[in-house]
Design a protein around this ligand. Structure first.
Ligand SMILES: Cc1cc2nc3c(=O)[nH]c(=O)nc-3n(C[C@H](O)[C@H](O)[C@H](O)COP(=O)(O)O)c2cc1C
Length: 256
């Protein structure tokens, strides 16, 4: 069973490639959080994987929240791994995932990282299409290498040191004085794509206009998925290209 968390599709594409190679099923953590679905039976599954983006060199808050609530039946020492997609550099996310899984009585065979296009456009604007495609092609190759190592039963990176941060804090980083810095401009047509894609269910439509409240995990799914390009973050995203990984098939529901 492979759980993945994604905002712009990189980790989903990675999870789907891994699942195909390992003969496993995939579960979207974002959809599971929205559905309140935390009970799973590993059954005959041989592998337990978590695929997610690196957030501030640690685990996304949404992933930490999901693992905290996870009720997993049928765990019998399956090979358990993490794969992190990052825009440039990984950090403590493997150590953070290890700590979260060990706290649930699960095992740990280590983590692997893979560089994918950087969706954190607040700081780093996206490069051109050719460069994005080249980064994705290199990532697919790297994931094939990771697959070969997992199939051979080799461990990934195992860091026993505690992470500096167990996860990127929910809301604290994404909001100022309780008000999210995410907002919709007058390009918004009230389609609700932002609300439908938010893993934390913190975007509400009020009079056809999105309002951000509650525990945003700052994944930027609302911003990248808006078909009008109407969602902005403070004054840091105006005029910048948005990103969705074209290899990830849109998923609207999980099969539990
Ligand atoms: C809030 C946030 C924090 C991020 N922090 C990092 C980071 O610390 N290091 C890094 O290399 N990339 C970082 N990124 C980039 C993403 O990890 C990367 O683009 C990832 O592949 C996105 O995955 P997704 O398409 O599955 O959402 C960050 C992105 C976001 C939204």
């Amino acid at each position: 069973m492979i759980f993945y968390f994604t905002a712009s599709g990189n980790s989903q594409a990675a999870a789907e490639q891994l699942a195909e190679g390992l003969g496993e099923r995939v579960i979207s953590i974002g959809l599971a959080l929205r559905d309140g679905q935390f009970a799973y039976d590993l059954g005959a599954d041989k592998y337990l994987g978590f695929v997610a983006p690196t957030f501030a060199y640690t685990l996304p808050g949404a992933v930490a929240r999901f693992i905290e609530k996870l009720e997993l039946k049928g765990y019998a020492g399956q090979y358990t791994f993490g794969v992190f997609t990052c825009g440039a550099a990984s950090g403590d996310e493997g150590a953070a995932l290890r700590q979260a899984l060990l706290a649930k009585g699960l095992g740990w065979n280590g983590s692997f990282d893979v560089v994918m296009p950087d969706n954190f456009i607040l700081w780093t604007p996206l490069p051109g299409e050719e460069r994005l495609a080249a980064t994705r092609a290199a990532a697919r190759k790297r994931i094939d290498g990771i697959l070969a190592r997992i199939l051979a039963g080799e461990n990934g990176t195992v860091t026993e040191k505690a992470p500096k941060m167990p996860f990127m804090p929910l809301e604290k980083i994404s909001t100022a004085a309780g008000t999210s810095k995410l907002y919709a401009t007058d390009k918004c047509v009230g389609c609700g794509a932002c609300a439908n894609v938010c893993p934390m269910s913190c975007v509400k439509l009020v009079d056809h206009a999105p309002v951000w409240e509650g525990e945003c995990c700052m994944c930027l799914a609302c911003l990248h998925h808006c078909p009008q390009g109407a969602v902005e973050y403070a004054d840091q995203t105006a005029g910048k290209k948005r990103y969705l990984n074209p290899d990830a098939r849109p998923r609207l529901k999980n099969t539990y």
